[in-house]
Design a protein around this ligand. Structure first.
Ligand SMILES: [Mg+2]
Length: 437
């Protein structure tokens, strides 16, 4: 780690501090809340050790740093290289959606530390890699004019992207008479992208509504062509029966997938939809731990699973989700929309998971994104792909000056001390009861 030193530096700085992994101990856990992406704050977690090595992880966008900090007392004094044991110790304190972000960020930081301690990249700790570069796709959000959307996507293609995603759904039908039936319920704009609420809303699409959405896709396809995968997101809320009619009508555009068209909590409904159309159905970004995916796989409710490494339970858990999906003939794309630290966690997982398809990136329009880390070649996202880094751990280190400029306004400082989280009154024996041990 330290290859050279001047005469004036103490002897310790000349020692490879990662040379005693068996005696490595966690001494601190701190957070810097990065808040500059279109999707809100995403806490970066730093775990420090008694040998001067630190590991970094990141929680999903929109999550609270508290989800990681509340686990600090359960990690102090532990050997960070026991990644799986520590993960099993803390995973009971995560949950679906953003509640999984603390456990996930910590798991990523532990793997970063273990990789640094043993001098190997994280993908190697997972069993090695299936690919040298990771295919990325960037989300391209709401646009009412299909030609304009087509041109925006074409720009992505010219930048090297080989996989596209756009928004398509009832939002595009707002204000067009005779397209959407919403009996007795006004859909408030803030709920319109929330798939969770819709089984109780019975929103139906008319033939005119379905035809209008088909024309939109037709308009986009006329610009981007038929040779590139094109996924769509943010369709609902739409009732199951109308989802089936819409999916069948869209079959002729051979979309890559329909994402979160029904809530993931209803695998039987998704299974009925999947059996009724020929367009792949996709979900998964809000599910925590592999157990949450099992029914979706077993029922063949989806063709593509789409976990977020930063909330699903971390890098190893997401590889397990991918491997389990593969047993059922299901591919895995990865949801992601934060800094290069989170991106690299996803990249290592994608490299080590055989049925991986594509990684989501929201950073194309964020000018300082590359500057947030060092350790890898720039641009990080190069021609629609990210090279799998070969450095120890995640292969990147945060750049303090850049991340400091984009901290959440209520952040007390860049990795400020967190002594208030050193002690947590719940006895550990009760934690074990929570795990059924
Ligand atoms: Mg999505």
């Amino acid at each position: 780690v330290h290859s050279s030193t001047s005469k004036s530096e103490p002897l310790e700085s000349n020692v490879n501090t990662a040379s005693r992994p068996s005696r490595l101990r966690i001494t601190d856990l701190r957070v810097a809340v990065d808040e500059n992406h279109d999707e809100g704050r995403a806490p970066i977690v730093r775990i420090d050790t008694n040998q001067g090595v630190s590991g970094y992880g990141q929680g999903r966008n929109g999550s609270s740093k508290t989800y990681a900090l509340m686990l600090k007392s359960r990690l102090l004094g532990e050997n960070p290289c026991d990644v799986d044991r520590l993960f099993r110790k803390i995973k009971q304190f995560g949950g679906n959606g953003r509640a999984g972000a603390g456990v996930s960020a910590i798991e990523i930081a532990l793997l970063d530390l273990a990789g640094k301690a043993y001098g190997v990249p994280v993908y190697q700790l997972l069993g090695g890699r299936f690919r040298d570069r990771i295919r990325c796709y960037c989300d391209t959000e709401w646009e009412t004019d299909p030609k304009e959307m087509g041109l925006r996507l074409r720009k992505r293609m010219e930048g090297g992207f080989t996989f596209l995603k756009m928004d398509l759904g009832i939002r595009q039908l707002q204000g067009i008479a005779g397209t959407v039936i919403t009996p007795g319920v006004e859909i408030e704009p803030k709920y319109i992208q929330q798939p969770f609420v819709h089984p109780f809303r019975y929103v139906q699409l008319t033939e005119k509504g379905i035809e209008s959405l088909c024309q939109y896709v037709d308009g986009v396809r006329s610009v981007v062509g038929n040779d590139i995968p094109l996924a769509v997101d943010h369709l609902g809320p739409i009732a199951l029966e109308s989802c089936i009619r819409l999916a069948r009508a869209l079959d002729k555009y051979h979309l890559a997938w329909l994402e979160d068209i029904l809530p993931w909590q209803y695998p039987e409904l998704l299974a009925r939809l999947s059996a009724s159309c020929e367009t792949p159905i996709c979900t998964g970004e809000n599910i925590y731990l592999k157990e949450g995916y099992r029914d979706l796989f077993r029922l063949h409710a989806i063709s593509v699973v789409h976990p977020d490494v930063l909330s699903s339970g971390g890098i190893m858990e997401t590889k397990k989700i991918g491997d389990l999906a593969q047993d059922f003939g299901i591919g895995m794309a990865i949801h992601h929309n934060v800094s290069p630290i989170g991106a690299m966690a996803s990249v290592h997982c994608a490299a080590a998971t055989e049925n991986f398809l594509a990684l989501e990136i929201h950073a194309v329009d964020i000018p300082y994104w590359d500057d947030m880390v060092t350790g890898v070649a720039k641009p990080i996202l190069n021609g629609g792909f990210i090279e799998v880094p070969d450095g120890p751990g995640l292969g990147v280190e945060p750049v303090a000056e850049v991340i400091r400029q984009h901290l959440s306004p209520d952040d007390p400082g860049y990795f400020a001390p967190t002594p208030e989280w050193d002690h947590e009154p719940a006895p550990e024996v009760l934690d074990r009861l929570g795990r059924g041990l």
